[in-house]
Structure formats: structure tokens, C-alpha cells
Design a protein around this ligand. Structure first.
Ligand code: NAD
Length: 373
């Protein structure tokens, strides 16, 4: 009977919960266990100077992918090197290992995650680990484990320790029945990839934990992200990164999407800045917990035209990958992001011409350097 009473009380609390800024009603705590594992973090990470004590203590999961290293660099500039830990299950390259704290963390290992959060007094958790769209379709079982079971671990740890949690979502969280031009924040979401399904699940679970447990969950739906110094991790928008490398290296590119496939895109600096901005926005300014953000929208043929303004002899052929094309055809062509602009002042700095100039100048400087050695 007491159990029934408690359940009824909890159900009432959920139904009556005010929606945001609510105090945690019941925090899900998994069985406490003692792990023999030691966190292999740099000892200096534990000795914080007084000026650093007001800063968040940040853990980035899946930090060795396309976005994590750049985000760590940005956050370290703002909060101090030792306040931001990168983690992954892969071995970091030398330059990353020596640029600040790095530790091994498998998000499927709940105790290991908890140990890291406790030992390092983490206050912000940025959850980047995921299998992206094309890779996920090739290994659905692993994608389900990492993107769904792993997320559950992250949510429980974040709720248990009162962390601010950022989880990125994607244009892939929409599907063929969503409005595609433009796609608003709130509309039908019936994606047909395991990646998309797992990201809708993440959005809904994060919001549920927010309303149910008071978790400070924040989520941005990133467009395809374009970067010069990090390789993409197997998504459908990867062509828009590879094309710049090939334009500089060989002057030729084989595109795996049709020339008129229009998708929302963003330069990495805008994406990382948006992430920091939403994390720093006071909770009462957020009218929602999951926002679209956009910067530009283009097709391969439009991107090629823009690149040819700088590399006139650039040759492009099309050899369509049917899996990627089917995914792209079900995704938004344009993203409606007025809520982000109104609530916390989101504004991109890079449009298509600026993106192309920046990418080509970075990569040509790199290739000149490489030839000099
Ligand atoms: N890059 C984009 O264009 C883009 C667009 C929209 C959303 N996102 C989202 O942003 C986040 C980061 O994207 P990215 O491009 O850097 O991804 P990525 O694929 O390049 O990197 C993901 C990282 O997760 C790690 N990982 C895999 N399994 C793990 C596990 N069990 N435990 C810990 N780490 C594990 C991988 O080793 C990898 O380094 C992802 O959640 C992705 O869905 C990215």
C-alpha cells in the first residue's frame, strides 16, 4: 500500500509540474557500486586556482570526433584549460593529449562515467558520443546501444549529480513527413534512420527529465557541420567537408549526393559558439529546451559554383550513394530557427561565400605548409 501511495503522489507531481525551473521531484539513482577503476586524469586537473572556482567543470563525451576537440579549445579559452576534460574510447593524437586533460570514458559503462563525474566534480556534461547517420545504418545494433542505451546512462548521471546537460540533435531528427522547407522547431518527427530515431528519443527523454526531475537539459539541432581541421564521422552531409579537401589537393571531386540535394549547413565556429551560448543562457530565457539553429542552406551544385569562383578549373562528377541520397531526401532543406534567435540571440557569422573563402584559405595554407616540409 505505501508503494501505491508513493506512486500516486509521484504521478500527481508529474501532472501538476509547472514545466520549467521546477525542483527535482524524484531523482533516478541507480544502485551505488564501488568501481576499482581509477580515473586516469592529469593530477594538475585537481588543483584549481581560486580564479577558476567560479567556472563550470566540463566533461565532453565522444570528444575525439569532428566537433569535440574544437569545442574543448573554445571552452578552455573561456573557463581555463583544466576545467574542461575531453573523453573518448579512442586514443588521442599527441597534440590533443598535450593540449589539456583527456581521459578514457565509455558511455556504456555507467560506473566509469559516475566515477569521472564524481572525482572531477563535473558540473556541465556535453554529450557528443554518437554513431552518425550513415555509420548508424551500417551498424544498427551498435547505434542503438551507443545512441540510446548510452544516452540513458548520461541522463541518469546528469540527474543524479545535478549537472547541466547538453546533447546535440540534428536535422536528421526529422523525416519525410516533416515540413521540409522550412522545418520549424515543432512539427511531425518521423525519421527513418536509427540515428534520427535515437535523436528524437534523446530530445524527448531530455525534456522529460527536465519536466519530471528538473534536469537542466539543453539541446540544439545542428545542421551539417563543416570544418577544416577535423574529419567528419560518417554523416550524410560529409560531402560538404570532403569537397574542400579534394578541391585543394586534386582539383577533382566525386559527389555522392545528387547536384540539387539542398540541406542546411553551418561552419564549425558558428556551431561551437552557439553551443557555448545556449549553455550560458539563463534558464528563464529558454522558452523551450530543444532549438533548431541554422546558418545557410545549399545544394552540391551551388557549393561547386561558389568554390569555382576561387578554383575555376575544379572538376566535379556525381556517383550517387543510394543510402545517403535516401537519407538526404527525407531531411529538411531549410531550417526555421526564429525561436533560437528570439530567445537567446542566436545569429550566424558565416554564410556560403564566407564559408568557402574560409575553408579554402585554411586548407591551402595547410597544404602549403605540408609541401614546405
Ligand atoms: N558533425 C555534424 O555534422 C553533426 C550534425 C548534427 C549533429 N551532430 C552531433 O554532434 C555530436 C558530435 O558529432 P561529431 O561529428 O563530432 O561525431 P563523430 O562521429 O565525429 O564523433 C563521435 C565520437 O563518439 C565516440 N564514441 C563512439 N562510441 C562511444 C562510446 N561507447 N563511448 C564514448 N564515446 C564513443 C567516437 O569514438 C567518436 O570519437 C554527435 O552527437 C552528433 O550526433 C553532429
Amino acid at each position: 500500500m505505501p508503494v501505491l501511495k508513493t506512486l500516486t503522489k509521484v504521478a500527481k507531481q508529474v501532472l501538476q509540474s509547472p514545466g520549467c525551473g521546477c525542483r527535482p521531484s524524484v531523482i533516478p539513482v541507480r544502485c551505488l557500486g564501488v568501481s576499482p577503476r581509477q580515473v586516469a586524469s592529469d593530477a594538475s586537473f585537481h588543483s584549481i586556482s581560486f580564479s577558476e572556482t567560479d567556472h563550470p567543470r566540463v566533461l565532453i563525451t565522444g570528444g575525439l570526433g569532428q566537433l569535440g576537440v574544437g569545442l574543448a579549445k573554445l571552452l578552455r579559452k573561456r573557463f581555463g584549460k583544466n576545467n574542461v576534460i575531453l573523453s573518448d574510447i579512442r586514443k588521442p593524437p599527441n597534440n590533443v593529449f598535450h593540449s589539456g586533460p583527456f581521459i578514457y570514458s565509455d558511455i556504456l559503462d555507467f560506473k566509469n562515467l559516475r566515477e569521472i563525474v564524481v572525482n572531477n566534480r563535473i558540473t556541465w556534461l556535453i554529450h557528443y558520443s554518437a554513431l552518425l547517420s550513415a555509420v548508424g545504418e551500417a551498424n544498427v545494433r551498435l547505434a542503438r546501444a551507443v545512441n540510446i542505451t548510452g544516452l540513458h546512462n548520461i541522463l541518469d548521471i546528469a540527474a543524479e549529480h545535478g549537472l547541466r546537460l547538453f546533447v546535440p540533435s540534428t536535422i536528421g531528427a526529422f523525416g519525410p513527413t516533416s515540413p521540409r522547407d522550412p522545418t520549424p522547431d515543432l512539427c511531425v518527427q518521423r525519421p527513418r534512420t536509427i540515428y534520427g530515431v535515437s535523436k528524437v528519443h534523446a530530445e524527448l527523454m531530455g525534456e522529460y527529465y527536465h519536466y519530471r526531475h528538473g534536469l537542466d537539459f539543453r539541446c540544439l539541432r545542428y545542421p551539417g557541420i563543416i570544418s577544416s581541421d577535423s574529419q567528419p564521422g560518417g554523416g550524410t552531409t560529409d560531402y560538404a567537408v570532403q569537397i574542400f579537401h579534394d578541391a585543394i589537393k586534386t582539383g577533382k571531386f566525386e559527389c555522392n549526393l545528387k547536384p540539387d540535394t539542398r540541406l542546411p549547413m553551418m561552419y564549425i565556429d558558428d556551431c561551437l559558439r552557439a553551443t557555448l551560448e545556449i549553455l550560458e543562457t539563463p534558464a528563464d530565457a529558454l522558452s523551450m529546451r530543444t532549438y533548431n539553429i541554422n546558418a545557410m542552406s545549399f545544394s552540391p551544385e551551388e557549393l561547386v559554383q561558389e568554390i569555382r569562383k576561387h578554383v575555376p578549373e575544379f572538376q566535379v562528377t556525381y556517383n550517387v550513394d543510394m543510402v545517403k541520397q535516401a537519407i538526404a531526401d527525407s531531411w529538411p532543406m531549410n531550417f526555421e530557427d526564429s525561436n533560437a534567435r528570439n530567445d537567446w540571440g542566436w545569429k550566424q557569422e558565416y554564410d556560403l561565400p564566407e564559408l568557402v573563402t574560409t575553408m579554402l584559405s585554411f586548407l591551402s595554407a595547410d597544404s602549403r605548409l605540408a609541401h614546405a616540409y
